[in-house]
Design a protein around this ligand. Structure first.
Ligand code: PMV
Length: 328
């Protein structure tokens, strides 16, 4: 095999029904199913080149050499791809995000989705979307949801074979926008990888997981019917349930900053005043504020007036992970 290269681009995604906790930590088999929306324009672009002249795998992220722990995680992932393709060459991986890394905007999701597509194509593998989603899941659970486009469901499944994500509605199904109020771009202190392992230490996790099928059903139906009020209630409840689990884990996890709570209260007030808007928060302080495309300017302006908000990123519903041609 000669030097084979491929470049993949993947969107981040925001979970409307969250994944928190694993039944199998090695295989990232989640404790519950989840639903998300891909975020157009918040992307990771990754080029993978398997090269017979390399003596080890190499990784750069945002034009910097990666940390040893990031490199180790990618090496394990590349080993899976090499085993599937029956190749032994090391690879150079060059990855860049166009949004802040590690601040609750799920950079690991877009990173492992882009890596999955680029690495498998560079290794001359052609995987079905479900198999690519399973592979991405092994890198980072939520990455499996960035493989298909639009609104996506990851079914928990029973085992490695049937735990993958698929589209439940295309990007143009509903013109929702995620306005992300950025409070901090600092990497979080506890990664989601470590956080998942703590979920079962919360006495609330069992109840959160037991009620997940109901929340998934309500969310699915709200999306199908484009029912914003029903979506708002279930999305905010689900986010609050996940943070209740985080707060009551041992050790406890507090991802919020004071301004996070201010935004949650403001968004509730705006909705009570008749504006269709709701919030959800991942494992970080930044608040994802969902609204209709027609209200984006107004919502972004209101968010920018809240002390502590440094800027607002806006993302409409994104498409699937795809290959791009690199011109050398
Ligand atoms: O895929 P991970 O290990 O980064 O976990 C993602 C966890 C949350 O973003 C908090 C929730 C979710 O479903 O995306």
């Amino acid at each position: 095999m000669r030097n084979f290269s491929a470049t993949g681009v993947a969107c981040a995604n925001i979970a409307l029904i969250k994944y928190w906790g694993n039944r199998d930590q090695e295989l990232n088999l989640p404790s519950n199913g989840s639903i998300s929306m891909n975020l157009a324009g918040l992307e990771t672009r990754t080029t993978v080149s398997f090269d017979p002249d390399l003596a080890s795998d190499q990784l750069s992220i945002n034009v910097q050499p990666a940390t040893p722990s990031a490199l180790a995680r990618v090496r394990v992932f590349l080993d899976r791809v090499r085993a599937l393709a029956g190749i032994t060459h090391f690879a150079s991986v060059v990855s860049a995000n166009n949004f802040p890394t590690g601040a609750g905007i799920a950079s690991s999701a877009s990173a492992f989705a882009a890596l999955s597509l680029a690495a498998t194509h560079a290794a001359r593998l052609e995987l079905a979307e479900s198999d690519l989603s399973r592979l991405a899941r092994l890198g980072s659970g939520s990455a499996c949801r960035s493989i298909p486009g639009g609104f996506v469901e990851w079914r928990a499944g029973e085992d490695d074979q049937d735990s993958f994500a698929y589209s439940i509605a295309p990007p143009d199904h509903w013109d929702l926008v995620d306005c992300i109020a950025v409070l901090s771009e600092n990497p979080k202190q506890t990664s989601s990888l470590e956080g998942h392992a703590l979920a079962d230490s919360s006495p609330l996790q069992a109840a959160r997981v037991a009620d997940a099928p109901r929340r998934l059903e309500v969310c699915r139906r709200a999306l199908q019917e484009r029912d914003f009020m029903r979506l708002s209630e279930i999305v905010e409840l689900d986010s609050n349930l996940m943070h209740a689990v985080m707060l009551t884990s041992t050790p406890r996890l507090i991802y919020w900053l004071p301004a996070t709570l201010t935004i949650l209260q403001e968004v509730g007030d705006w909705r009570r005043d008749g504006l269709p808007v709701c919030y959800t928060v991942d494992a970080g302080p930044n608040v994802h504020v969902l609204c209709a495309a027609a209200d984006v300017i107004q919502i972004a302006d209101r968010l920018l007036h809240i002390p502590g908000v440094s800027h607002v990123l806006k993302a409409s519903v994104g498409g699937p992970t795809h290959l791009v041609l690199e011109l050398y």
